[in-house]
Design a protein around this ligand. Structure first.
Ligand code: NDP
Length: 307
């Protein structure tokens, strides 16, 4: 039986791996579909402490991966299809049918930003299409940009982006926001944000090839179509935590985020770290911090088992 199995290779999973490896627990990391997590889809990361000149997202993840490997972390590719959590011997069932038993499991499978699902949008992710204003806002100084969404995230992103540019269009598919009133009012009152109500994005344009140049829009009430010239498109239509394999096995909220207190879930020996249990902060550094917490919690728990 494995002592520690970590699911996910974003900052949370790899930090948990580093700490448990240094504690001689020989963690096994299951990599999942997107090794490196969300940071591998961003370009430059300027807000991860320790890198004066910033670092490319994929490079940061590569460094973290090698750092954890140095102390004995083992990696293997695979998708966890389902789990049976039973204190003392948790079972993880992989896509090929293989079963891994573990005394502790650290779930760090992250959350995926939702996108509209347009082919053009997919092609331009990381080339003008992004889902993180905190990460990418500074690249669009004095440029025309658009934010899509009507929830608190969209409000927060649009307001944050006013630091960089005065040309922000907020596009929402209905005629009222889902966001809290206080956030919505701040956006409505802001002279740098223009709101397009009842509007959907039909296509992301890249006439210069390879970079966002504009949007094709449609007013859902009038049917009128229009184009909007922009350089950056910030998607803020929600996130989906990657917790499907654990449904019914562990406490989650209505959206599917794992409920955890100091990374401890309601199941003994199962811990959750990073975006899979955090709908609010969602930063690489907070994910890494919680990965460290989960590792220390797992270590303590194993001590109680005499391992
Ligand atoms: P939400 O689910 O609250 O909002 C998503 C928004 O995106 C909605 O306005 C929705 O439109 C729109 N949307 C969804 N799918 C599409 C689509 N396919 N096309 C166009 N528009 C779409 O997600 P958030 O990420 O905004 O918030 C998640 C949770 O986190 C909420 O509980 C929120 O309150 C909380 N949060 C709190 C913050 C804070 O307190 N500072 C900051 C950020 C988030 P529609 O309204 O029509 O459904």
């Amino acid at each position: 039986m494995e002592k520690v199995v970590i699911l996910g290779t974003g900052p949370a999973g790899l930090t948990a791996a580093l700490y448990t490896a240094r504690a001689n627990l020989e963690p096994l990391v299951i990599e999942g579909l997107e090794p490196g997590g969300q940071l591998t889809t961003t370009t430059e990361v300027e807000n991860y402490p320790g890198f004066v000149d910033g670092i490319m997202g994929p490079d940061l993840m590569d460094v973290m991966r090698r750092q954890a490997e140095r102390f004995g972390t083992r990696y293997r590719f695979g998708m966890v299809e389902s789990a049976e959590f039973k204190s003392g011997a948790h079972r993880l069932i992989l896509d090929g049918g293989e079963v891994i038993e573990a005394a502790t499991v650290i779930i760090a499978t992250g959350a995926s930003a939702k996108y509209l699902g347009l082919e053009s949008e997919k092609k331009l992710i990381g080339r003008g299409v992004t889902s993180c204003a905190t990460c990418d806002g500074a690249f669009y100084r004095d440029q025309p940009i658009a934010v899509v969404g009507g929830g608190d995230t969209a409000m927060e992103e649009a307001l944050f982006l006013t630091r960089f540019t005065s040309d922000i269009t907020l596009i929402h598919r209905r005629d009222e926001f889902r966001a809290s009133k206080i956030m919505a009012d701040r956006v409505k009152d802001h002279d740098r944000i223009k709101i397009l109500w009842d509007t959907v994005v039909e296509d992301v344009l890249d006439v210069e090839k390879g970079e966002v140049t504009g949007l094709k829009l449609k007013n859902v009430k009038t049917g009128e179509q229009s184009e909007l010239a922009i350089k950056g498109l910030f998607m803020a239509i929600g996130h989906q935590p990657n917790t499907k394999p654990f449904v019914g096995q562990i406490d989650m909220d209505d959206v599917g985020y794992i409920k955890a207190t100091n990374t401890r879930t309601n199941v003994e020996g199962v811990f959750a770290a990073g975006d899979v249990q955090d709908a609010v902060y969602r930063q690489a550094i907070t994910a890494a911090g919680s990965g460290c917490m989960a590792a220390l919690e797992a270590e303590r728990y194993l001590e109680t088992l005499g391992q």
